[in-house]
Design a protein around this ligand. Structure first.
Ligand SMILES: *[C@@H]1O[C@H](CO)[C@@H](O)[C@H](O)[C@H]1NC(C)=O
Length: 282
């Protein structure tokens, strides 16, 4: 009935995958803000890594595929989510939740909101705050020496989003997470079908982002293959032209929403959030 529909739409799964190079956006503050704006909403917030120590244990060194399947199990067990839910992922949490949408259609995800997500990965770590420079240096070294070695792929989260346009074959072959969910090795029809079950896929790009390189990745664009200077939009990509993931069909059906926010990575005002993202959570 209508009552049930309204209730089931008032569910939200928040996900922030914070790492030492990301802005320490407070998930608690976002949860509170949403709860104030939409009374009675049920917010399940998932977070991996709140600080460097936890990141080192969870965020940096875990197989993302394994973590996606753990979260899928958790969502499937939650009786509140049975009728479906909206999902909002911040930074790396965004592509993580997209993997959940593609792999785990039950319970159904309705709207997916990606806030500063890197859907085509990153090629560079442009800003890593000084206080964590030892970890950042270690990550850079590991990525330069062997982002696509199995060991690094399985244990360094950043490597699982590393997209080297100069070594496209290596990326396609060995990227265990991103190349898989982006259909680089083949087209998994299940991924394509499941993603299209979304009502809306909203992608927020930060216009002055100094963390994500290239920032086009936040709208599913990336560097053109074979060089590291020129970028292409999602609509210009092979992924879209061959519609390997259903994104072209979703675009046609007006299911893709591209939003831009002034400011650096994950920086937005309450007013901006309420005006632009809240409508997708109601
Ligand atoms: C396609 O994705 C589904 C859902 O994750 C998975 O069960 C299946 O094994 C995948 N198929 C291939 C060929 O990788």
């Amino acid at each position: 009935g209508l009552g049930r529909l309204i209730i089931t739409l008032r569910l939200l799964v928040l996900f922030l995958w914070c790492d030492s190079c990301c802005n320490p956006l407070s998930m608690g503050a976002i949860k509170k803000m949403v709860e104030e704006e939409i009374p009675g909403i049920y917010v399940l917030s998932l977070m991996i890594g709140k600080n460097v120590v936890e990141d080192t244990e969870n965020g940096f060194f875990k197989d993302v595929n394994e973590q996606v399947s753990m979260v899928c199990t958790q969502l499937a067990k939650d009786p509140q989510l049975k009728g479906g839910y909206n999902a909002m992922g911040f930074s790396q949490g965004a592509q993580f939740l997209r993997a959940v949408a593609q792999r785990c259609p039950s319970p159904p995800m309705k709207n997916l909101i990606s806030v500063g997500g890197q859907h085509q990965g990153v090629y560079g770590l442009p800003r890593c705050p000084g206080e964590h420079s030892a970890i950042c240096d270690m990550i850079r070294k590991a990525l330069n020496s062997g982002a696509y070695s199995d060991l690094v792929q399985k244990h360094l989260v950043q490597a699982q989003y590393w997209h080297d346009p100069l070594n496209d074959d290596l990326y396609k072959k060995h990227s265990l997470f991103l190349a898989d969910i982006n259909q680089e090795r083949g087209v998994n029809e299940t991924y394509k079908k499941n993603l299209q079950l979304l009502e809306k896929f909203v992608m927020v790009k930060f216009l002055q982002d100094t963390v994500v390189d290239p920032v086009d990745s936040e709208w599913f664009g990336f560097l053109k293959t074979g060089q590291a200077k020129e970028t292409e939009t999602l609509q210009e990509s092979v992924l879209y032209k061959e519609d390997r993931l259903g994104l072209a069909a979703m675009d046609k059906a007006k299911k893709l929403v591209f939003l831009a926010s002034k400011g650096d990575h994950l920086q937005f005002t309450n007013e901006w959030f309420n005006a632009n993202l809240l409508p997708y959570l109601r």
